[in-house]
Ligand binder design. Structure first.
Ligand SMILES: [Zn+2]
Length: 322
């Protein structure tokens, strides 16, 4: 049958088709194929890069059904028909691999065969959300566009929060500095500034008691040190590690100075929870996450493996047994 312009548009736009086949034993196989495209106005195709089950089922006589759906408007098409498998040495194999190459594919050398489906049946796939006739494509696009944007942001956050072995080494040093501070009579916080090449350039610990200045947080001191000693580019490439997430004062200083990523062993929310649990009232400064003060700063942490150790330091500061 002839593919309509709309069918061809959706396939070409999405490129991701779910190919269903059935084995000789009756078992289904569903395989997403990101090379799904229009072959001509009566055929769809994809490259067999890693699809042994699909190809085996086709060779055993299975038709394929392909579903292509626009996930934003929740509309698409299902197509079915017999599939021809074209291996190396055939004109179709050369044609298909040439198309992939023209599209910039880096996987052409891994193509085993070109699968071409002769479309014998096609039907629209439309979300039941449209059944009442009041839901529009524009609404669907806005709804799912916002949802995918949130998913993308959450994935980026998970990636930034993931800690490397180097991160853990520096966080360990921060906890040592926090311990040093506590031993000296100060609050248990320690921080390290590491440059873009991975070298430790400065470190400090809390000194609010010994120096009699409640603003002597190590993160604030490192921001000032960076302003005096690093170029704008060096600051942006630097990472500040700290035993406890920056307070709003230090977050602001970090952002004003233009420092890069922050990685903390424990979060402000964790510390707030411990203090509340020990019966302390909230302090004079709001306990806000770094990103509430400095939304452009990339943040990593906390490191769950250090939570108990840091909590024990704060318990000792407040005369609690943990
Ligand atoms: Zn601070």
């Amino acid at each position: 049958m002839q593919l309509t312009d709309d069918m061809q548009r959706v396939v070409t736009e999405q490129r991701l088709g779910f190919w269903a086949t059935v084995g000789a034993d009756g078992r289904p196989n569903l395989s997403p194929k990101a090379t799904t495209d229009v072959w001509d106005d009566g055929h769809l195709w994809c490259a067999d890069i890693c699809s042994p089950r699909t190809v085996a089922n086709i060779r055993a006589g299975s038709w394929a059904e392909i579903n292509v759906v626009d996930p934003f408007v929740r509309k698409g098409f299902r197509f079915s028909g017999p599939v021809a498998v074209h291996g190396p040495g055939t004109p179709e194999f050369d044609d298909g691999t040439a198309r992939l190459r023209a599209g910039g594919s880096t996987l052409v050398h891994r193509v085993c065969s070109i699968l071409v489906l002769a479309v014998e049946a096609a039907a629209p796939l439309i979300s039941p959300a449209y059944d009442a006739g009041t839901f529009t494509e524009a609404q669907a696009r806005a709804l799912h566009g916002a949802r995918f944007a949130r998913l993308g942001a959450a994935a980026a956050e998970r990636e930034a929060a993931a800690l490397t072995d180097d991160d853990r080494v520096h966080l360990g040093r921060c906890v040592e500095l926090a311990t040093e501070a506590l031993d000296a009579g100060d609050e248990p916080f320690g921080s390290v500034l590491v440059d873009g090449a991975g070298s430790v350039r400065a470190e400090d610990r809390n000194r609010v008691v010994t120096d009699g200045d409640p603003t002597l947080h190590p993160e604030f001191e490192l921001a000032r040190w960076a302003a005096r000693n690093l170029t704008v580019a060096e600051r942006a490439a630097a990472t500040v590690y700290t035993s406890g997430e920056h307070c709003p004062m230090c977050s602001a200083a970090h952002a004003w100075v233009g420092l890069g990523r922050v990685v903390y062993a424990t979060s402000g929310a964790q510390l707030g929870g411990w203090l509340t649990g020990w019966g302390f009232a909230a302090g004079p400064v709001a306990n806000l996450p770094i990103t509430a003060i400095a939304p452009g700063v990339v943040v990593g942490g906390p490191d769950p493996t250090l939570a108990d150790e840091v909590r024990a330091l704060h318990a000792r500061l407040h005369g609690k047994d943990g």
